[in-house]
Design a protein around this ligand. Structure first.
Ligand code: F6P
Length: 319
Protein backbone atom coordinates (compact mmCIF):
# COMPACT_ATOMS: atom_id res chain seq x y z
CA UNK A 1 0.00 0.00 0.00
CA UNK A 2 1.53 3.33 -1.09
CA UNK A 3 -1.27 5.85 -0.88
CA UNK A 4 -4.18 6.18 1.54
CA UNK A 5 -6.97 8.71 2.09
CA UNK A 6 -8.74 10.17 5.09
CA UNK A 7 -12.06 11.98 5.52
CA UNK A 8 -14.34 13.29 8.26
CA UNK A 9 -18.06 12.78 7.79
CA UNK A 10 -21.37 13.53 9.55
CA UNK A 11 -21.53 15.80 12.60
CA UNK A 12 -18.09 17.17 13.44
CA UNK A 13 -16.55 17.02 16.91
CA UNK A 14 -13.53 18.34 18.75
CA UNK A 15 -10.51 16.09 18.43
CA UNK A 16 -10.94 15.35 14.71
CA UNK A 17 -7.98 17.57 13.84
CA UNK A 18 -5.77 15.80 16.37
CA UNK A 19 -6.83 12.48 14.81
CA UNK A 20 -6.10 13.58 11.24
CA UNK A 21 -2.72 15.03 12.28
CA UNK A 22 -1.76 11.77 13.96
CA UNK A 23 -2.90 9.66 11.00
CA UNK A 24 -0.88 11.86 8.63
CA UNK A 25 2.26 11.74 10.76
CA UNK A 26 1.97 7.96 11.16
CA UNK A 27 1.52 7.48 7.40
CA UNK A 28 4.46 9.76 6.55
CA UNK A 29 6.67 7.94 9.01
CA UNK A 30 5.86 4.73 7.18
CA UNK A 31 6.65 6.35 3.82
CA UNK A 32 3.05 6.41 2.65
CA UNK A 33 1.34 9.18 0.75
CA UNK A 34 -1.89 10.40 2.34
CA UNK A 35 -4.60 12.60 0.87
CA UNK A 36 -7.48 14.33 2.67
CA UNK A 37 -10.95 14.44 1.11
CA UNK A 38 -12.93 17.64 1.73
CA UNK A 39 -16.48 17.44 3.14
CA UNK A 40 -16.57 13.71 3.78
CA UNK A 41 -18.13 11.36 1.26
CA UNK A 42 -19.22 14.34 -0.86
CA UNK A 43 -15.58 15.17 -1.56
CA UNK A 44 -14.77 11.49 -2.03
CA UNK A 45 -17.37 11.06 -4.77
CA UNK A 46 -16.06 14.19 -6.53
CA UNK A 47 -12.38 13.44 -6.00
CA UNK A 48 -12.03 16.71 -4.10
CA UNK A 49 -8.80 15.99 -2.23
CA UNK A 50 -5.31 17.30 -1.54
CA UNK A 51 -2.02 15.90 -0.32
CA UNK A 52 -1.51 16.02 3.43
CA UNK A 53 2.05 16.62 4.58
CA UNK A 54 3.53 17.43 7.94
CA UNK A 55 3.21 21.18 7.34
CA UNK A 56 -0.46 21.04 6.35
CA UNK A 57 -1.36 19.39 9.65
CA UNK A 58 0.78 21.58 11.89
CA UNK A 59 -1.07 24.12 14.03
CA UNK A 60 -4.43 22.28 13.94
CA UNK A 61 -4.18 20.02 16.99
CA UNK A 62 -5.76 22.50 19.39
CA UNK A 63 -8.60 23.58 17.09
CA UNK A 64 -12.13 22.20 17.32
CA UNK A 65 -14.06 21.03 14.25
CA UNK A 66 -12.31 19.43 11.30
CA UNK A 67 -10.06 21.29 8.89
CA UNK A 68 -11.06 18.77 6.18
CA UNK A 69 -14.66 19.91 6.76
CA UNK A 70 -17.57 17.53 7.05
CA UNK A 71 -20.96 16.88 5.48
CA UNK A 72 -23.85 14.46 5.49
CA UNK A 73 -24.29 12.93 2.04
CA UNK A 74 -27.59 11.26 1.07
CA UNK A 75 -26.09 10.38 -2.35
CA UNK A 76 -23.34 8.27 -0.80
CA UNK A 77 -25.99 6.15 0.94
CA UNK A 78 -27.12 4.87 -2.46
CA UNK A 79 -25.35 1.99 -4.29
CA UNK A 80 -24.69 4.41 -7.18
CA UNK A 81 -22.99 6.89 -4.85
CA UNK A 82 -20.83 4.14 -3.35
CA UNK A 83 -19.77 2.91 -6.80
CA UNK A 84 -18.91 6.48 -7.75
CA UNK A 85 -16.70 6.78 -4.67
CA UNK A 86 -15.05 3.44 -5.39
CA UNK A 87 -14.29 4.44 -8.98
CA UNK A 88 -12.84 7.75 -7.76
CA UNK A 89 -10.58 5.99 -5.23
CA UNK A 90 -9.27 3.73 -8.00
CA UNK A 91 -8.75 6.68 -10.37
CA UNK A 92 -6.75 8.54 -7.70
CA UNK A 93 -4.67 5.48 -6.85
CA UNK A 94 -5.86 5.55 -3.23
CA UNK A 95 -5.55 2.05 -1.78
CA UNK A 96 -7.02 2.44 1.70
CA UNK A 97 -9.28 4.87 3.55
CA UNK A 98 -9.64 6.12 7.13
CA UNK A 99 -13.15 7.38 7.95
CA UNK A 100 -13.88 9.61 10.95
CA UNK A 101 -17.54 9.82 11.91
CA UNK A 102 -20.59 8.57 13.76
CA UNK A 103 -22.87 5.62 13.03
CA UNK A 104 -24.06 6.87 9.61
CA UNK A 105 -20.49 7.51 8.45
CA UNK A 106 -19.32 4.15 9.79
CA UNK A 107 -22.17 2.45 7.88
CA UNK A 108 -20.76 4.15 4.78
CA UNK A 109 -17.31 2.79 5.64
CA UNK A 110 -18.81 -0.69 5.98
CA UNK A 111 -20.44 -0.35 2.56
CA UNK A 112 -17.04 0.40 0.96
CA UNK A 113 -15.47 -2.50 2.83
CA UNK A 114 -18.20 -4.82 1.49
CA UNK A 115 -17.31 -3.64 -2.00
CA UNK A 116 -13.81 -4.91 -1.33
CA UNK A 117 -12.11 -1.61 -0.45
CA UNK A 118 -9.80 -1.46 2.61
CA UNK A 119 -11.34 0.87 5.22
CA UNK A 120 -10.78 1.61 8.90
CA UNK A 121 -13.37 3.62 10.88
CA UNK A 122 -12.79 5.95 13.82
CA UNK A 123 -15.77 6.56 16.17
CA UNK A 124 -16.47 10.29 16.38
CA UNK A 125 -19.74 11.51 17.87
CA UNK A 126 -20.57 13.63 20.88
CA UNK A 127 -23.64 11.37 21.37
CA UNK A 128 -21.43 8.50 22.65
CA UNK A 129 -23.85 6.00 21.17
CA UNK A 130 -21.36 3.93 19.15
CA UNK A 131 -20.85 0.40 20.48
CA UNK A 132 -17.43 -1.20 21.03
CA UNK A 133 -15.76 1.93 22.34
CA UNK A 134 -15.91 3.18 25.92
CA UNK A 135 -15.79 6.74 24.61
CA UNK A 136 -16.24 8.15 21.13
CA UNK A 137 -14.07 11.09 20.12
CA UNK A 138 -15.51 14.50 21.04
CA UNK A 139 -17.64 13.35 23.97
CA UNK A 140 -15.26 14.59 26.65
CA UNK A 141 -14.95 18.06 25.09
CA UNK A 142 -18.72 18.32 24.64
CA UNK A 143 -19.23 17.37 28.30
CA UNK A 144 -16.74 19.99 29.42
CA UNK A 145 -18.57 22.58 27.29
CA UNK A 146 -21.90 21.58 28.82
CA UNK A 147 -20.57 21.64 32.35
CA UNK A 148 -19.13 25.12 31.89
CA UNK A 149 -22.49 26.35 30.57
CA UNK A 150 -24.52 24.69 33.33
CA UNK A 151 -22.26 26.13 36.04
CA UNK A 152 -22.77 29.60 34.53
CA UNK A 153 -26.53 29.11 34.32
CA UNK A 154 -26.65 27.90 37.92
CA UNK A 155 -25.13 31.21 39.08
CA UNK A 156 -27.83 33.29 37.46
CA UNK A 157 -30.54 30.77 38.42
CA UNK A 158 -29.56 31.16 42.08
CA UNK A 159 -29.63 34.95 41.90
CA UNK A 160 -33.23 34.88 40.65
CA UNK A 161 -34.52 31.73 42.37
CA UNK A 162 -35.30 30.14 39.02
CA UNK A 163 -35.59 26.66 37.60
CA UNK A 164 -33.83 26.06 34.29
CA UNK A 165 -34.56 23.40 31.74
CA UNK A 166 -31.26 23.00 29.86
CA UNK A 167 -31.55 21.07 26.62
CA UNK A 168 -28.46 19.17 25.49
CA UNK A 169 -27.69 17.26 22.30
CA UNK A 170 -27.34 13.50 21.94
CA UNK A 171 -29.99 12.49 19.41
CA UNK A 172 -31.54 9.34 20.94
CA UNK A 173 -28.78 8.94 23.49
CA UNK A 174 -29.03 10.36 27.01
CA UNK A 175 -25.31 10.02 27.75
CA UNK A 176 -24.48 13.74 27.62
CA UNK A 177 -27.52 14.59 29.75
CA UNK A 178 -26.87 11.90 32.38
CA UNK A 179 -23.17 12.55 32.76
CA UNK A 180 -23.48 16.33 32.78
CA UNK A 181 -26.27 16.08 35.39
CA UNK A 182 -24.00 13.92 37.58
CA UNK A 183 -21.07 16.28 37.12
CA UNK A 184 -22.99 19.48 37.84
CA UNK A 185 -25.23 18.23 40.64
CA UNK A 186 -28.37 18.88 38.61
CA UNK A 187 -31.70 17.94 40.17
CA UNK A 188 -32.99 15.93 37.21
CA UNK A 189 -31.75 14.37 33.97
CA UNK A 190 -34.54 13.52 31.54
CA UNK A 191 -33.22 10.94 29.10
CA UNK A 192 -34.76 8.67 26.44
CA UNK A 193 -33.42 5.53 28.16
CA UNK A 194 -35.42 6.06 31.36
CA UNK A 195 -39.12 6.69 31.89
CA UNK A 196 -40.08 9.59 34.11
CA UNK A 197 -43.22 10.98 35.67
CA UNK A 198 -43.51 14.73 35.13
CA UNK A 199 -46.11 15.08 37.92
CA UNK A 200 -43.69 13.46 40.37
CA UNK A 201 -40.87 15.73 39.18
CA UNK A 202 -43.12 18.78 39.69
CA UNK A 203 -43.87 17.65 43.26
CA UNK A 204 -40.17 17.29 44.04
CA UNK A 205 -39.38 20.68 42.53
CA UNK A 206 -42.23 22.26 44.51
CA UNK A 207 -40.87 20.73 47.72
CA UNK A 208 -37.43 22.09 46.87
CA UNK A 209 -38.92 25.55 46.30
CA UNK A 210 -40.81 25.43 49.60
CA UNK A 211 -37.63 24.41 51.43
CA UNK A 212 -36.21 27.76 50.29
CA UNK A 213 -33.66 26.36 47.83
CA UNK A 214 -32.62 29.04 45.35
CA UNK A 215 -32.42 27.14 42.06
CA UNK A 216 -33.23 23.92 40.25
CA UNK A 217 -31.53 22.49 37.19
CA UNK A 218 -33.21 20.00 34.89
CA UNK A 219 -31.02 18.66 32.11
CA UNK A 220 -33.05 17.45 29.18
CA UNK A 221 -31.71 15.16 26.45
CA UNK A 222 -32.96 16.39 23.07
CA UNK A 223 -34.21 12.86 22.31
CA UNK A 224 -36.89 13.26 24.99
CA UNK A 225 -38.49 16.32 23.45
CA UNK A 226 -38.46 20.05 23.32
CA UNK A 227 -37.16 22.07 26.29
CA UNK A 228 -39.79 24.77 25.97
CA UNK A 229 -42.62 22.21 25.93
CA UNK A 230 -41.31 20.59 29.13
CA UNK A 231 -40.85 24.00 30.79
CA UNK A 232 -44.38 25.07 29.80
CA UNK A 233 -45.83 21.93 31.29
CA UNK A 234 -44.13 22.34 34.68
CA UNK A 235 -43.89 26.10 35.19
CA UNK A 236 -47.24 26.64 36.95
CA UNK A 237 -46.74 23.75 39.36
CA UNK A 238 -43.24 24.18 40.77
CA UNK A 239 -43.07 27.59 42.42
CA UNK A 240 -39.80 28.57 40.74
CA UNK A 241 -39.94 30.98 37.84
CA UNK A 242 -38.82 28.87 34.85
CA UNK A 243 -36.44 29.50 31.97
CA UNK A 244 -35.11 27.38 29.11
CA UNK A 245 -31.64 27.24 27.57
CA UNK A 246 -30.93 25.18 24.47
CA UNK A 247 -27.17 24.66 24.30
CA UNK A 248 -27.23 23.57 20.65
CA UNK A 249 -24.12 23.45 18.49
CA UNK A 250 -22.02 25.29 21.10
CA UNK A 251 -21.55 21.81 22.59
CA UNK A 252 -19.80 20.46 19.50
CA UNK A 253 -17.05 23.04 19.11
CA UNK A 254 -14.13 24.50 21.00
CA UNK A 255 -10.58 23.46 21.78
CA UNK A 256 -10.47 19.72 22.44
CA UNK A 257 -9.70 18.57 25.97
CA UNK A 258 -6.48 16.70 26.73
CA UNK A 259 -8.53 13.50 26.74
CA UNK A 260 -9.80 14.08 23.19
CA UNK A 261 -6.40 15.24 21.90
CA UNK A 262 -4.82 12.05 23.22
CA UNK A 263 -7.69 9.76 22.18
CA UNK A 264 -7.69 11.24 18.66
CA UNK A 265 -3.92 10.87 18.41
CA UNK A 266 -4.14 7.23 19.52
CA UNK A 267 -7.06 6.47 17.17
CA UNK A 268 -5.35 8.11 14.17
CA UNK A 269 -2.10 6.20 14.66
CA UNK A 270 -3.83 2.86 15.18
CA UNK A 271 -6.11 3.27 12.15
CA UNK A 272 -3.17 3.84 9.80
CA UNK A 273 -1.14 1.02 11.32
CA UNK A 274 -4.07 -1.38 10.80
CA UNK A 275 -4.46 -0.36 7.16
CA UNK A 276 -0.75 -0.73 6.48
CA UNK A 277 -0.65 -4.14 8.11
CA UNK A 278 -3.35 -5.29 5.70
CA UNK A 279 -6.26 -5.32 8.15
CA UNK A 280 -9.51 -3.80 7.01
CA UNK A 281 -13.23 -3.43 7.69
CA UNK A 282 -12.54 -2.52 11.31
CA UNK A 283 -13.34 0.31 13.72
CA UNK A 284 -10.79 1.36 16.33
CA UNK A 285 -12.17 1.85 19.83
CA UNK A 286 -11.18 2.49 23.42
CA UNK A 287 -11.61 -0.44 25.77
CA UNK A 288 -10.23 -0.40 29.33
CA UNK A 289 -7.75 2.25 28.17
CA UNK A 290 -6.43 0.10 25.32
CA UNK A 291 -7.03 0.83 21.64
CA UNK A 292 -8.73 -2.19 20.11
CA UNK A 293 -10.30 -2.94 16.74
CA UNK A 294 -13.77 -4.39 16.11
CA UNK A 295 -15.27 -5.47 12.77
CA UNK A 296 -17.38 -2.63 11.37
CA UNK A 297 -20.10 -5.21 10.68
CA UNK A 298 -20.40 -5.87 14.45
CA UNK A 299 -20.40 -2.14 15.22
CA UNK A 300 -23.19 -1.43 12.78
CA UNK A 301 -25.42 -4.36 13.68
CA UNK A 302 -24.61 -3.96 17.40
CA UNK A 303 -27.09 -2.59 19.88
CA UNK A 304 -26.68 1.01 20.88
CA UNK A 305 -24.04 1.53 23.53
CA UNK A 306 -25.65 0.73 26.92
CA UNK A 307 -25.81 3.60 29.41
CA UNK A 308 -26.82 1.34 32.32
CA UNK A 309 -23.95 2.11 34.68
CA UNK A 310 -24.26 5.87 34.27
CA UNK A 311 -28.05 5.71 34.65
CA UNK A 312 -27.73 3.67 37.84
CA UNK A 313 -25.20 6.16 39.22
CA UNK A 314 -27.58 9.02 38.45
CA UNK A 315 -30.37 7.18 40.26
CA UNK A 316 -28.24 6.49 43.33
CA UNK A 317 -27.27 10.16 43.43
CA UNK A 318 -30.95 11.10 43.37
CA UNK A 319 -30.95 12.60 39.86
O1 F6P B 1 -24.90 13.31 16.15
C1 F6P B 1 -24.29 14.48 16.63
C2 F6P B 1 -25.29 15.59 16.76
O2 F6P B 1 -24.62 16.72 17.29
C3 F6P B 1 -26.54 15.27 17.58
O3 F6P B 1 -26.31 15.32 18.95
C4 F6P B 1 -27.49 16.31 17.06
O4 F6P B 1 -28.83 15.92 17.21
C5 F6P B 1 -27.13 16.40 15.60
O5 F6P B 1 -25.79 15.94 15.48
C6 F6P B 1 -27.23 17.78 15.00
O6 F6P B 1 -26.96 17.68 13.66
P1 F6P B 1 -26.70 18.93 12.70
O7 F6P B 1 -25.31 19.43 12.98
O8 F6P B 1 -26.83 18.37 11.33
O9 F6P B 1 -27.72 19.98 13.05
Amino acid sequence: MKKIGILSSGGDCSGMNATIRSAVRTALRMNMEIVGFRKGYLGLMKGDCFTLDSKVVSGILHRGGTFLQSARSPEFRTPEGQQKALAMLKELGVEGLVVLGGDGSLSGALALHRLGFPVIGIPCSIDNDIPFTDMALGVDTALNNIIYAVDCIKDTASSHARAFVIEVMGRNSGYLASVSAIATGAEFALVPEREFDLAEICQQLRARYEEGRDNAIIILAEGVGNGQTIADSIKDAIGFETRVTVLGHYQRGGAPTVFDRLLGSRFGKKAVELLISGQQGLMVGLSCNAILATPLADVIKGEKRPQDEVLRLAEVLGI
